[in-house]
Design a protein around this ligand. Structure first.
Ligand code: FES
Length: 118
């Protein structure tokens, strides 16, 4: 594994995710309460890019499509595809994909760049 430049630190705003491609991986970089996190960029449910409308709240990211929610610090699954509740389309579509945690990556800032250990 190596540290890889992902994005200039100055391009990040608090609570706004940015998608980056690093080799064959698509990641999301986000600053939450001053800490910079890197996660897999695509929702584990149906691969929606999480920074495109994802909601950042209480240390979690919620996908705008079916509201799957993961904790950003460790990627732990909080809710799996509950939306919409009625008709129960979310639960039906959610059941087609195995529940999974979101992958996370270690980050650091060096020479003005957010780097990801990948
Ligand atoms: S694609 Fe993200 S919750 Fe369904």
């Amino acid at each position: 594994m190596d540290w890889t430049d992902a994005i200039k630190d100055e391009r990040l705003s608090e609570g706004k995710g940015k998608m980056v491609n690093l080799g064959s991986k698509i990641l999301m970089i986000v600053k939450i309460e001053g800490a910079i996190h890197a996660t897999e960029g695509l929702c584990k449910h149906m691969k929606w890019p999480l920074s495109w409308g994802g909601k950042f709240e209480d240390g979690c990211v919620t996908c705008p499509l079916h509201q799957t929610t993961h904790r950003i610090s460790d990627g732990e699954l909080v809710r799996w595809a509950p939306f919409p509740l009625f008709p129960p389309y979310g639960k039906l579509v959610g059941s087609l994909v195995k529940e999974r945690n979101l992958g996370i990556y270690e980050t650091r800032v060096k020479d003005g760049f957010v780097q990801v250990l990948i």
